[in-house]
Design a protein around this ligand. Structure first.
Ligand code: APR
Ligand code: ZN
Length: 243
């Protein structure tokens, strides 16, 4: 197999999904069959679901916070840290994961496209999101100390838009014209959730090279030039040739 060459003329955009955290013990979404305690994930991860039953939503995220608190980054996360150290600002990591494991592993140039599990914001006023590890397993809905409104996790839910500055940062990286060649690598993602699933085509539009590392075939596997089937924690550490 031809290696993923990361040399001084390469800039690399990485997209990660739940599969990259799977070997750390964080459950994937499709792995739950799209259900949590028999509720469709849309019911616990959407503004409509929060309006209908905010206590249920807090029970779901309390369980996710509990599950993500004690896990550790795995060799897949660590490989991405080494690649970033090698490439510097010719590296950008866009993640759909909200567990913070990339940052804990040591990645610095991270765009958390879907938000942060350990951050909370107010659903009712413009107070800035804040770091928060609190859990509410009995479904108590925490209140905002500025407006007494409902607090919610700082997560981009189904039907919500991604932060425009996050999309701009990714778009600017893709369209950068500095003489380097763009390589895109997606790992551990089902290729079914947008806009992340469309990045491969944005990269192809500027003639970038595209790689997919995934345990199963993804919804958009055929859009990639290279598909390496396997677990990210096993594949990523030996995939790249750094020069
Ligand atoms: N290594 C690589 N890939 C893996 C591994 C692994 N160890 N384990 C599972 N996978 C693959 C699965 O085959 C699957 O294709 O990772 C993918 C995980 O898919 P999803 O659970 O759908 O996760 P993701 O693509 O990140 O979901 C996107 O959907 O529910 C929303 O906002 C949520 O960010 C999430 C988004
Ligand atoms: Zn408020």
């Amino acid at each position: 197999m031809e290696p993923l060459v990361l040399d001084s003329r390469t800039r690399l955009l990485v997209l990660t999904g739940a599969g990259v955290s799977a070997e750390s013990g964080v459950p994937t979404f499709r792995g739950m069959n799209g259900l949590w305690e028999n509720h469709p994930v849309e019911a616990v991860a959407s503004p409509e679901g929060f309006d209908a039953d905010p206590a249920l939503v807090w029970r779901f995220y309390s369980q996710r916070r509990g599950g993500a608190a004690d896990v550790k980054p795995n060799p897949g996360h660590d490989a991405l840290v080494r690649w970033e150290q090698h490439l510097g600002d010719r590296f950008l990591l866009a993640t759909q994961n909200v567990d913070g494991l990339h940052e804990r592993a040591g990645s610095q140039r991270v765009v958390a496209m879907h938000g942060h599990l350990f951050r909370t914001k107010c659903a009712d006023c413009r107070r800035a999101p804040f770091n928060d590890t609190s859990v509410h397993p009995s479904g108590t809905v925490p209140r905002c100390d500025q407006c007494n409104g409902r607090l919610r996790p700082d997560i981009v839910w189904f039907g919500e838009s991604l932060a425009s500055e996050d999309l701009e940062r990714i778009g600017d990286f893709i369209s950068r014209r500095d003489g380097t060649r763009l390589v895109f690598l997606a790992a551990g993602t089902s290729g079914a959730v947008w806009p992340a699933a469309g990045l491969v085509d944005q990269v192809r539009a500027v003639r970038g090279d595209t790689w997919l590392v995934n345990f199963e075939s993804a919804a958009n596997t055929e859009r990639f030039h290279h598909f390496v089937q396997g677990r990210s924690g096993e594949v990523l550490p030996s995939l790249a040739a750094l020069s």
